[in-house]
Design a binder for this molecule. Structure first.
Ligand code: MN
Length: 391
């Protein structure tokens, strides 16, 4: 979703190089074969109505866009590009969807193992349920914000020394979490689970997610019901939604799941995606961002189809625009951990920054930038960035 000074009404667009093709233009020119796409559906302020139309319509529309952008297609002239395309630098981006509900999973075995090792028992790092179901909690949708939105350091209760009573003040242990999220396209009726075999048909596309976390607040509050205030202070997403269909060439085998999941969670074939992920930090004193983590979406133990099937097995209804995030995506090596908690091992191994300082957790003025891409043969699919500054 974007707008410009000359055209302040929000429109759906797709990124082509450093330009944007407004899909409202495609509609006005009646370039879609499906008449439902030639009305005002791309000018309604969010992607939700388009998401609700379902996979067959997304695929049809995507093919029409590819035709129009191909050699000999409608936009295959400098004149057409000049008339219809918008330079990205002129655009203001907006949240791509009205997000009714947000769920955050905990689907990286490496991340869960690291956290379990630090906070519980290295010999029993994973809780007994972890290998049997994709653990998650219902998050806060109202504070999902677009890349570029500043994040206020939260106030809260902490009890760093396990004293008899807590203290109150600004969080001292602010962290990022490297995640990817996906938007639900078509949903399901209350009481009707989505089977794991068809779950991917309900996935519209992916964005980057930074699940900002106040670790000291989290440590004191999280038992027995899980995270609450430590996570609801803001969640940053990237503005560009990459359709799942565009990621088809990047499917790879996921981790071996042992023990075998229960039948309602069993998937066959390649359900992991080879998407390179990076996190960079830039302090106020630094001239350029410094990469502190390189990971990959393919490390996730539980795949997106399993997450959808598990989420709905009770009959819980997902709706167009719902956001389901992966959980922190940590890889197997120490430079692939997706949070400062793990990268600095609870602060015991600070990261040296280019400005001469070091980081255990985030300081005021620090900007965190998540980026991602899928590398094809001669082309690259970028995800843009999810950026935010702690203030
Ligand atoms: Mn998270």
């Amino acid at each position: 979703m974007f707008s410009t000074a000359a055209h302040p009404h929000k429109r759906v667009g797709i990124a082509i190089g450093d330009h944007i093709l407004p899909l409202t233009v495609m509609s006005e020119l009646s370039l879609f074969r499906d008449e439902r796409l030639n009305g005002d559906i791309f000018g309604r302020g969010s992607l939700n109505d388009f998401m609700a139309l379902g996979k067959a319509v997304w695929d049809s529309g995507r093919a029409d866009i590819q035709t129009a952008l191909s050699v000999g297609g409608y936009f295959d002239t400098a004149e057409a590009i000049g008339r219809y395309f918008v330079p990205q630098r002129e655009a203001t981006m907006h949240l791509p969807a009205h997000i009714g509900d947000y769920t955050d999973f905990y689907s990286s075995k490496e991340h869960a193992t690291n956290v379990g090792t630090m906070f519980r028992d290295p010999n029993n790092a994973l809780l007994p349920n972890w290998l049997h179901l994709p653990v998650a909690y219902h998050g806060r949708a109202s504070s999902v914000v677009l890349s570029g939105t500043s994040i206020k350091r939260p106030l809260g209760q902490t009890n760093p020394t396990d004293a008899p009573s807590p203290t109150f003040g600004p969080s001292k242990l602010m962290d990022f979490e490297l995640e990817m999220g996906f938007f639900i396209g078509s949903g399901n009726e209350l009481g009707e689970p989505i089977p794991v075999e068809s779950a991917a048909d309900h996935i519209f596309g992916l964005v980057l997610v930074n699940d900002w976390s106040a670790r000291d607040i989290q440590k004191w509050e999280y038992q027995p019901l899980g995270p609450f205030l430590a996570k609801n202070l803001g969640t940053t997403i990237s503005p560009w939604v990459v359709p799942l269909a565009a990621l088809e060439p990047f499917r790879v085998d996921g981790p071996v799941q042992e023990p075998e999941p229960l039948p309602y969670l069993q998937t066959n074939g390649r359900h992991a995606y080879n998407i390179h992920l990076e996190v960079a930090i830039q302090s106020q004193q630094m001239d350029a961002p410094q990469v502190v983590c390189r990971s990959n979406h393919k490390h996730l133990y539980w795949n997106m189809s399993q997450q959808v099937a598990h989420h709905t097995i009770t009959g819980c209804n997902l709706r167009p625009g719902d956001l389901l995030a992966s959980g922190t995506i940590s890889g197997p090596t120490a430079d692939s951990y997706g949070s400062l908690l793990e990268l600095t091992w609870r602060g015991s191994k600070p990261i040296p920054l280019a400005d001469g300082s070091e980081r255990r957790f985030l300081q005021d003025g620090d900007t965190v930038i998540l980026t991602a891409y899928a590398q094809g043969d001669g082309y690259r699919i970028g995800f843009g960035e999810a950026r935010g500054t702690i203030v």
